[in-house]
Design a protein around this ligand. Structure first.
Ligand code: AMP
Length: 581
């Protein structure tokens, strides 16, 4: 393993002064005591910690959210504004009959209403579930129906384009709240501005057990449709701790998380963590654009920037000399998550942005950052860093029924986490079996392969399953293959992630056409178009190859691993289970 390491200058008083001593003395109870809790000992509610408690202090007039619109117009929301707006939203939900545990979904771009809806929903003890606005109708339908969505907040355009045709298939969906309509469309499709206008701007948060569900985030599985990972209000403790020790939030900081809340990072760190820590969170409505991003860093005087490897690789490709062109002096920390951050990206940032990027690792199920590089710990470029104080990570050999921790540095195995951190998911909605499958005794099996070195640093190796990461999105093969099979000419389909220098992996499909058909370029375009329409461009395959058969196990399971090895010209590995044709 590389010996290279980087040490950041110690010219700032970081919250995590000394990793080792913090690890030894860390106490979750003590950290919990730094949160407020609902007045009257009535529990712990995310929105009280993130908004209401600050609105009663000197932070009331501090900007909680600075929203930058596509046209660069800026809207500021102070903690006091957020207190009132989220209260209005909560009152509107109650008025519509929403109760504890009901699921409130959003399907919007990064508009202020999304953030207000999230925090307003937490207040009512209903469960918030954000969807990516780039999803096509099929992934939207799967998630809304599996998640028992009762309310959907969306825009008129998205409603017309993606939702209207699904309404008959979603009997549980009671109301659609349109963010950009002044008047109701009918008794089911309502105007959110009207509801907000009519609602009272103070809300009494009901008693909230820390174990009450708060968030539902869908993630992809290898077999079957997306899984809804359920998180509870107690997760806010993790958001607070990681905001403090990993993102190093200090009062007065300006923080920018580029992630969309459709992905867990955009919720845990694009909404909750910065507000819990009382800093100002910048939100950009627009998608990636290198010049725009650098100018936002400059104009908004961003101190801490949290982004993802796909975006970093895009920045690396454009020939901008940011330090010559932009004033990035406010920037103190850059962190990244979501995919492997290769050593060259860390070094590029050191040279081009004036500081290395600190990689960290976590996933939908963990609800918060679990392994990280810290400003005060030496960085080994290419490593995900070390476990968050208060948590334990290890490498293990895992079988169907057992787990054996590997103590030997450098040995590859499954990355596992000791159960019990506050933001650990509490289950997959309606799927206890799948939840139990990823638990062995006191350990949670992450599905990733990794190694640990002699200094306790973790190194990502790959996924232990067939899940694809494309532009930071988790794509489950089954979901895509099911849609491809609906195409009238497709008999069988299998997808793999094909390595791509910018977006990590592209989705490539191998397709067996129905008997007597032969595929040409037009068929390829037709199938890609069909998949894009149903799945949305972020999920649909970008490449298609026609094959006469797919490699399968004797029990009929498609061997995607073999397809991938063949595509990449790699050794085929153990093919003893391969069906002989
Ligand atoms: P998601 O649940 O969509 O956030 O995806 C989680 C998965 O993304 C993890 O299980 C990893 O496979 C991958 N991932 C997240 N962070 C990193 C990282 N820092 N390095 C490598 N892979 C990562």
């Amino acid at each position: 393993m590389p010996e290279e390491s980087i040490v950041l200058p110690r010219d700032f008083s970081h919250n995590l002064a000394d990793y080792e001593s913090c690890r030894h003395t860390f106490d979750w109870q003590l950290e919990r005591s730094r949160l407020d809790g609902l007045p009257g000992n009535r529990g712990l509610n995310i929105s009280h910690e993130a908004v209401d408690r600050h609105a009663k202090t000197e932070l009331a007039d501090t900007i909680a959210i600075r929203w930058v619109g596509k046209d660069r117009s800026v809207k500021d929301f102070t903690y006091a504004d957020m207190h009132h707006l989220t209260s209005r939203f909560a009152n509107a939900l109650v008025e519509l009959g929403i109760q504890k545990g009901d699921k409130v979904f959003t399907l919007t771009g990064r508009i202020p209403e999304l953030y207000i809806a999230a925090l307003g929903t937490f207040k009512t003890t209903a469960v918030f579930s954000p969807l990516f606005s780039v999803f096509g109708p099929e992934p939207i339908f799967q998630r809304l129906s599996r998640g028992d969505g009762k309310i959907l907040v969306t825009t008129r355009a998205l409603y017309e384009k993606r939702i209207k045709a699904l309404m008959d298939r979603l009997p549980l969906l009671r109301f659609i709240l349109l963010t950009d309509e002044e008047a109701d469309i009918d008794e089911k499709v309502l105007s959110l501005p009207r509801l907000m206008e009519e609602a009272y701007d103070d809300f009494f948060i009901p008693a909230t057990d820390p174990e009450d569900p708060a968030l539902l985030h869908f993630t992809s599985g290898t077999t079957g449709m997306p899984k809804g990972a359920l998180h509870v209000h107690n997760a806010v403790l993790m958001h607070y701790v990681t905001g403090k020790y990993v993102l190093d939030f200090h009062r007065g900081d300006i923080f920018w998380c580029t992630a969309d809340p459709g992905w867990v990072t955009g919720t845990s760190y694009g909404i909750i963590a910065p507000l819990v820590c009382g800093v100002t969170s910048v939100i950009d409505e627009e998608e990636f654009d290198a010049a725009r991003w650098y100018s936002i860093l400059e104009e908004q005087k961003v101190n801490i920037w949290y982004t993802a490897p796909t975006a970093i690789r895009r920045l690396m490709r454009v020939n901008l000399a940011p330090l010559e062109k932009y004033d990035l002096k406010s920037l103190r920390l850059i962190c990244s998550v979501g995919e492997p951050l290769h050593a060259d990206a860390v070094r590029w940032a050191e040279k081009t942005l004036g500081m290395p990027i600190l990689d960290n690792w976590w996933q939908t199920e963990t609800g918060g950052i679990m392994i990280a590089n810290y400003a005060t710990l030496k960085i080994k470029p290419g490593s995900m860093g070390r476990p968050l104080p208060g948590t334990e990570a290890a490498i293990a050999n895992v079988t169907e029924t057992s787990i054996q921790i590997i103590d030997e540095p450098g040995k590859q195995g499954q990355l596992v986490l000791k159960k019990g951190w506050p933001s650990m998911f509490r289950g997959y909605l309606h799927d206890e079996e799948r939840y139990n499958k990823c638990l062995r005794g006191e350990w949670y099996i992450t599905g990733d392969l990794a190694k640990i070195d002699a200094d306790g640093y973790f190194w990502f190796v790959g996924r232990a399953d067939d899940i694809i990461k494309t532009s930071g999105h988790m794509v489950g093969p089954f979901e895509v293959e099911s849609v491809l099979m609906e195409h009238p000419e497709v008999a069988e389909a299998a997808i793999i992630g094909k390595p791509d220098p910018v977006i990590g992996e592209i989705v490539k499909a191998f397709i067996v056409l129905k008997a007597g058909l032969s595929g040409d370029e037009n068929t390829q375009m037709d199938i890609i178009g069909f998949a894009r329409k149903k799945l949305g461009p972020a999920v649909a395959p970008k490449e298609i190859a026609f094959v006469t058969e797919l490699p399968k196990t004797k029990s009929g399971k498609i061997l995607r691993r073999l397809l991938k090895a063949r595509e990449l010209g790699l050794p085929e590995g153990d093919v003893s289970t391969l069906e002989q044709s």
